[in-house]
Design a protein. Structure first.
Lengths: 317, 396
């Protein structure tokens, strides 16, 4: 879907902000770009929709060189979400969401239908929210409208720059789940910049770690944790946190085995990390597993321990 | 607790600003209500309310004054205060016209009766109470415009009805009706025309300063210096260059450009207007949140779309505030244009000063103040309507 080839950005004589970077993101994937501030991750993102013009190298989207289009035309085809949402305060929610369709010259009826569809998709009653101003929304609602606005013209590619950075932890978690659900449903390719490894592990099918303008490693979360390419990546994926992050990648159903266990059951959709937590808290060696209220087996502490070690897990996605 | 409660309760029943207004009104009742002069330039002698009006009407005014004092001092609803202020003002205006007929000996056309300091003070107190009540009523922008239109209509009715025809101000007006309206048109053309021209120049200049950082400091300091030149000096300084332009640029004279007259006045007024318009445009545009501009770019808006759909609408309240400052300022400064033959209401002011005929000064000053006040109220309402559309709903 996106192919970045030898992309470089240099301002004056100072060392390049992005240095000869090549990577690829497959269609329908979420790629999380992680790095400390100043690592060049935001510049990389902004070169893809040409808010920043590359000094060298090229970007291909679906095989097409982005150079071939005018900047604003390219950006109308790519969704863009920034930290603090950047909603237009003088426009209603509907006008905000309809921004790109209006720029593209859609008919008013089409735009209205699309706005209502997106509000519904994000669990916001169209009649109640359509005519509100951004200032009348909560932080979480503003963020959802920001994502809805980016998706309005049905882009195949969505760029997100710290999209959840302004939210408090509870709302952030909910917003991340919601984004994952919407992405799974629409199949949009997403490139998401974040400094939060937890977020990258939670959302990314693949994680790209950047430092000093270079790409250190681009791999699935499980692989990155099992085989970090450099000490920097290892530090970033978090030594002590690693087993728990690894477990949080998988659902209980992946570790279910036949057998019985005592005590309250755990849902098959819960993460292995939740299962470990339940085992430790209740002092049990195994938990019964249920799906839609029916017993389907058990998950054992031994299985969890096996999967929390490198090589023990493999992520389906 | 009960010891503390008593003074609190009593101070709650008394309106402090109202007490002040009441004192002003009482002072107005003591000062001469109307001035009688044997002719238009000799000093006049004043008469209090009782001396200036027939007994019945003086008693009526006294009664209205008592009601007014009560409404001012006590904590009554703002609407009652507004009614009391408006009623006293209307009655004082009507009766001061009546005093002209009462004080002028029959058949004497040289004698002049003018409103005295008592009338002005009383009217000031009434206006103050009404204005304070209007602020407390928190009228929406459109409501304030409606009140303004109503007040202007009542003033028009008063002048049209002939109730004031006996007053010296209208006698001065009566002898120069045509001139009054001609100078009025000139005044409006100078003030509004210069603001329009300053907008045409200043808005693009402000935009340029916003985009090109290095330009900003230079342009703003030049305009700052321009702003500090006294208006008379600026009018004078422009006589030379414009006379040269008139003499040497073909067609300039045909456009009405000359060393004295309206052209230098117009140019000076435009000069004065530039700083507030340019600096407010710069401040307004700088106040648009970066993330909003960034989002507009990221959505694929072109430069012009970003400017007209996002940046300018969001900067509009601040820009409009600059235009309001300039318009009110220019309506005032345009008076000085008369000194270099630019015309406008200033003509009457300077004639009046020259002849020590204060009524003539008033004939120039009163419409100028009224014009400036009207412009201020209208533009304030526009600014609030614009910025309120972003905030009003959020406050609900």
């Amino acid at each position: 879907m996106i192919r970045v080839e030898n992309l470089t950005k240099r301002y004056g004589d100072s060392p390049p902000v992005v240095d000869d970077l090549s990577m690829e993101v497959a269609a329908g994937e979420i790629c999380a770009v992680v790095g400390t501030s100043g690592s060049g991750k935001t510049t990389l993102l902004r070169m893809i929709n040409r808010l920043v013009e590359p000094s060298a190298g090229r970007v291909l989207i679906a095989g097409e060189n982005t150079r071939g289009l005018r900047g604003h035309e390219l950006r109308r085809r790519i969704g863009y979400v920034i930290q603090g949402h950047g909603l237009f305060p003088h426009w209603s929610v509907a006008q905000n969401i309809g921004t790109v369709p209006r720029l593209l010259g859609w008919k008013p009826a089409e735009i209205k239908a699309r706005v209502d569809e997106l509000l519904g998709l994000f669990g916001m009653e169209p009649a109640a929210f359509r005519d509100r101003r951004p200032a009348e929304l909560s932080g979480g609602q503003q963020q959802r409208v920001g994502v809805a606005r980016a998706l309005a013209a049905r882009p195949d590619l969505l760029l997100m720059d710290e999209p959840f950075g302004a939210l408090d932890p509870v709302i952030r978690g909910r917003a991340q789940d919601e984004l994952a659900a919407v992405q799974a449903r629409l199949g949009t390719t997403i490139m998401l910049v974040t400094h939060d490894m937890e977020e990258a592990v939670r959302l990314g099918h693949r994680i790209a770690v950047m430092d000093g303008g270079r790409l250190l490693q681009c791999a699935s979360p499980a692989e990155m944790m099992a085989r970090p390419a450099t000490p920097f990546v290892e530090a970033l994926v978090g030594g002590a946190e690693r087993p728990f992050r690894l477990l949080s990648l998988e659902r209980v159903e992946a570790a279910v085995e036949a057998g019985e266990a005592d005590g309250p059951p755990i849902d098959a959709e819960a993460s292995l990390r939740d299962a470990l937590s339940a085992c430790l808290w209740s002092g049990r060696d195994a938990l019964p597993v249920e799906r839609e209220g029916r017993r389907i087996g058990r998950v054992t502490l031994a299985a969890l321990r096996h999967r929390a070690a490198p090589g023990g897990a493999g992520r389906a996605a | 607790m009960s010891v503390l409660a008593a003074p609190v309760a009593s101070s709650r029943r008394v309106d402090r600003l109202g007490v002040l207004i009441a004192l002003v009104a009482i002072l107005g009742a003591i000062l001469p209500f109307a001035l009688f002069r044997a002719n238009r330039i000799v000093p006049g002698e004043g008469g209090g309310i009782a001396a200036a009006l027939p007994p019945a009407e003086a008693a009526l005014l006294g009664l209205a004054l008592l009601c007014f004092l009560a409404a001012a001092v006590l904590r009554v609803p703002a609407a009652v205060k507004l009614a009391a202020g408006a009623a006293l003002l209307a009655l004082a205006c009507l009766l001061v016209g009546r005093s002209a007929g009462f004080l002028t000996p029959p058949g004497n056309s040289f004698a002049r009766v003018a409103p005295g300091s008592g009338f002005w003070t009383l009217s000031f107190a009434a206006l103050l109470l009404a204005a304070d009540a209007l602020v407390r009523l928190r009228l929406p922008p459109l409501g304030r415009v409606a009140v303004l239109v109503l007040a202007l209509a009542l003033l028009g009715l008063l002048l049209w009805s002939g109730a004031w025809d006996g007053l010296s101000l209208l006698k001065e007006y009566g002898t120069r009706t045509e001139r009054f309206w001609a100078e009025g048109r000139r005044h409006v053309a100078l003030a509004f025309g210069s603001v329009a021209a300053a907008c045409l120049l200043g808005l693009p200049l402000g935009l340029l300063c916003h985009r090109v950082g290095r330009l900003r400091a230079g342009v703003l300091s030049v305009l700052n210096i321009l702003q500090t030149v006294p208006s008379i000096a600026l009018f004078g300084l422009l006589i030379g260059p414009l006379a040269w332009v008139a003499a040497n640029v073909p067609g300039a004279r045909a456009l009405g450009i000359s060393g004295i007259g309206a052209a230098p006045a117009f140019v000076a007024l435009v000069g004065y207007s530039l700083l507030p318009i340019v600096s407010n445009t710069v401040v307004g545009l700088a106040g648009v949140s970066r993330s909003v501009v960034e989002a507009a770019r990221g959505m694929g808006m072109r430069r012009s779309q970003r400017l007209f759909r996002v940046e300018l609408p969001l900067a509009a309240p601040v820009v409009l505030t600059g235009i309001r400052i300039v318009l009110v300022q220019n309506i005032g400064i345009a008076t000085v244009a008369a000194l270099i033959g630019g015309g406008g209401f200033g003509v009457f002011v300077f004639q009046g000063v020259g002849q020590t005929a204060m009524d003539l000064v008033l004939l120039g000053a009163a419409p100028t103040v009224l014009l400036a006040f009207t412009a201020a109220v209208l533009l304030d309402a526009a600014v609030e309507a614009l910025s309120g559309s972003n905030r009003r709903k959020a406050e609900r």
